[in-house]
Design a binder for this molecule. Structure first.
Ligand SMILES: C[S@@+](CC[C@H](N)C(=O)[O-])C[C@H]1O[C@@H](n2cnc3c(N)ncnc32)[C@H](O)[C@@H]1O
Length: 268
């Protein structure tokens, strides 16, 4: 089963919900500017799953996806592009390039999802990237990033798994491994593995060598790069004490052993 499996399909079924991202991007932008965002730039887009969903919103929605690696871009072209209409596809532009370049049409929103900018490990590089994101936005725009943290994120040799299912109903297990965390540099090494019902495994389908950045550091760098305000969208807690999927702007939050939040930087 592992040999036959497609790592990008498994990734999409495990960690990405493009429809929800597109909905959330609209919610955040509309709250700020009282209008609909039309042009999205998806930095570190991978398969560009969010771009392909974005252009379904209206005839005026356009998306620019940027990724340095041709492999996920081509996977998206092969597997996701055929799922939308030809007219919608005309409004998706993919750039195989470094996100640190100012290029293409300016966007209403720039998104950098799944902690991707953590591959930049020093302050100068991150701030320069944030300046680029700022320059790639129109005069009014939103830059949206996601962040994770909490005491469990700092643990080494930690594995967490959950049961998942692909679009075509194939069950598998998703495993998130935190192999290494260096408390001095905050360098970390994380892996995604997949396990199958026949006992076969796809080990290290994805490996991330990142620096674990914190919210206050990222906020300071965003402001330094020119953004006027940075909001943190923190997840509400349900009656069971777990996150309920509803994110709201919060200035303070309770300590949590494992959290994911959004940072929203406003240009206006
Ligand atoms: C963690 S994946 C995220 C994919 C997708 N955005 C998501 O949310 O699932 C990180 C992506 O960033 C890309 N990448 C890494 N460095 C980059 C750079 N400097 N410029 C553009 N893309 C980069 C990788 O090729 C990879 O596809």
């Amino acid at each position: 089963m592992a040999k036959k499996a497609d790592k990008y399909a498994l990734y999409l079924a495990s960690v990405q919900d493009p429809e929800h991202e597109v909905w959330f991007f609209h919610r955040v932008f509309k709250k700020e500017f009282k209008r609909t965002p039309l042009v999205l730039r998806e930095d570190f887009c991978g398969t560009a799953a969010v771009c392909y969903d974005w252009v379904k919103k209206s005839k005026e929605h356009r998306a620019i996806g940027v990724d340095i690696d041709p492999e996920p871009l081509n996977w998206g072209r092969e597997h996701l592009a055929p799922l939308i209409k030809a007219k919608q596809l005309e409004r998706v532009t993919l750039l195989q390039d470094d996100v640190r370049k100012v290029q293409g049409d300016k966007a209403d929103m720039v998104g950098a999802q799944n902690f991707s900018f953590w591959c930049f490990k020093d302050r100068q590089t991150v701030t320069d990237y944030f300046r680029t994101a700022y320059a790639n936005l129109k005069d009014e725009g939103i830059f949206l990033l996601d962040m994770m943290g909490g005491s469990e994120t700092l643990e080494e040799d930690r594995k967490e798994s959950s049961d998942k299912e692909t679009e075509d109903g194939k069950k598998f297990e998703y495993v998130w491994e935190q192999e290494r965390f260096d408390p001095i540099t905050h360098d970390c090494r994380f892996h995604i593995h997949f396990k199958f019902r026949d006992g076969s495994r796809m080990k290290r389908a994805f490996t991330y060598e990142w620096r674990l950045w914190t919210i206050p550091e990222v906020r300071e760098m965003l402001l330094e790069a020119g953004f006027g305000r940075v909001d943190v969208y923190w997840e509400d807690t349900g009656e069971d004490g777990e996150g309920n999927g509803n994110y709201r702007v919060r200035k303070h939050a309770e300590s949590d052993p494992a959290w994911v939040s959004y940072m929203v930087a406003v240009k206006k």
